[in-house]
Write a protein that binds this ligand. Structure first.
Ligand code: TYD
Length: 136
């Protein structure tokens, strides 16, 4: 069962010259095959997103623009991670509760996902999450 220790920062390779920076995500940089990409934008600062864990989906979260904080929780330990660099990804494996908050103005939250969207693989109830963490 995954713990907070399985949550990692991924440095996305970039090419920097006088014209600016080009960051590139190739399959070697991500610990799973990408099945879906989605993104959050126009998120009010006071909004809290996430609030769930996944049974199957692994994710990499990137602050493509602006900043926000991700709180990851394995049922025992919680960690708050600020994302504010477009070449830094946060890898979150399965069975980790996450919340995303404190979005800056203009923030864009990109998510690379290992699965297609399937509501059945979400755990949206924290009690259910805690029970699963205790049992598995
Ligand atoms: P939700 O899981 O609440 O978003 P977040 O975790 O970012 O707070 O999803 C919001 C809505 O969007 C919900 O009705 C499910 C839907 N949705 C899709 O239709 N496809 C997707 O790929 C995702 C991630 C969500």
């Amino acid at each position: 069962m995954n713990t907070i220790h399985n949550v990692n920062i991924i440095d996305i390779p970039k090419v920097h010259d006088e014209r600016g920076i080009l960051a590139v995500i190739e399959k070697e940089s991500i610990p799973f095959a990408i099945k879906r990409v989605y993104y959050l934008y126009d998120v009010p600062t006071e909004s809290s997103r996430g609030g769930h864990a996944h049974k199957e989906q692994q994710s990499v979260i990137i602050a493509l623009s602006g900043s926000f904080e991700v709180i990851v929780d394995d049922g025992i330990t919680k960690k708050r991670i600020m994302l504010n660099k477009p070449n830094r990804g946060l890898y979150i494996p399965t069975h980790i509760w996450r919340e995303i908050e404190n979005f800056s103005s203009g923030a864009v939250c990109l998510v690379l996902a290992s699965t297609s969207y399937n509501e059945l693989e979400y755990i949206r109830d924290y009690n259910e999450f805690s029970i699963q963490k205790g049992e598995l």
